[in-house]
Design a protein around this ligand. Sequence first.
Ligand code: PRT
Ligand code: ZN
Length: 286
Amino acid sequence: MVQKLRIAIQKSGRLYDDSVKLLSECGIDLRNVRERLRTESDDFPLEVFFLRDDDIPQYVEDGVADIGIVGENVLYEKNRQAEVVEELGFGKCRLSIAILRNQHYDGIRTLKGKRIATSYPFLVASYLKQHNVEADIHEISGSVEIAPGIGLADVVADLVSSGSTLFMNGLKEVETILQSQAVLIKNKDLSKEQLDLLDKLLFRIKAVKKAKRNKYVLLNAPNEKLGEIIALLPGMKSPSVLPLAETGWSSVHSVLSEDEFWEKIEQLKAAGAQGILVVPIEKMVV
Ligand code: PRT
Ligand code: ZN
């Protein structure tokens, strides 16, 4: 029988679309995703389980799934034995402590003896312990942000991305417990065959991630400026230079990373580059 890698992803919710999209960008399209129970792929030896995100760390620890995609917030809250193999760059948020906007905050000591409502009791307790602060943690499973308004707690610890939920509930962030994003996790005791399959999948994931961080740039340059322009462009090895039909001009092709993109474009223009085209890259294998 052909060995398959079993992956657990969220059944529905904030990580579902990006998880399925990532697999698809890796050339792995799933059959019957609509049923969202269990499916396979025709393109890669992969079996997919759709689960609540809270259950994914345990399924991976127990080896019911070999790998999984889950937020670091859930992984560390559940405190399960599963290894992070790759950060996936989506589902970004932070677990923060927030208090009512009109309350004075004078450092973490302010939280001493307060009632803190959260769905992350383990992470909050660890954070408070690390800072030697004793407080009263109330675990609630949802709508944490309304707890102070209804008198259930003085303080909340919840996930924040844009901050608008806290703002609309009259709260302000005072401490960040954890920065989180979706990660690929693996069971600790995978077989050699499973690890080989995971390596293949990781190779594809890295190529997709790298492509997203980079852009393909084409520009025209007067030949006398080529030296200066090429010095600005690292490329994968070095830029490609092709003669244009018009004498005295060349077309330069290269790859630029997103971090330095705007700065480099300005420098290229200043150095005499014209007709700069920027194209997204689908996959990047180096
Ligand atoms: O049903 P299941 O248990 O699988 O899903 P769930 O309801 O527990 O989780 P879901 O789908 O809401 O979130 C899945 C994961 O997405 C989380 O575990 C995080 O890793 C990640 N994530 C990223 C977020 C957010 N951003 C986020 N903003 N999860 C939740 N939120 C909520 C937050 O709880 C708060 O209510 O959004 C609100 C805050 O958002 P802002 O933009 O107003 O700050
Ligand atoms: Zn959940």
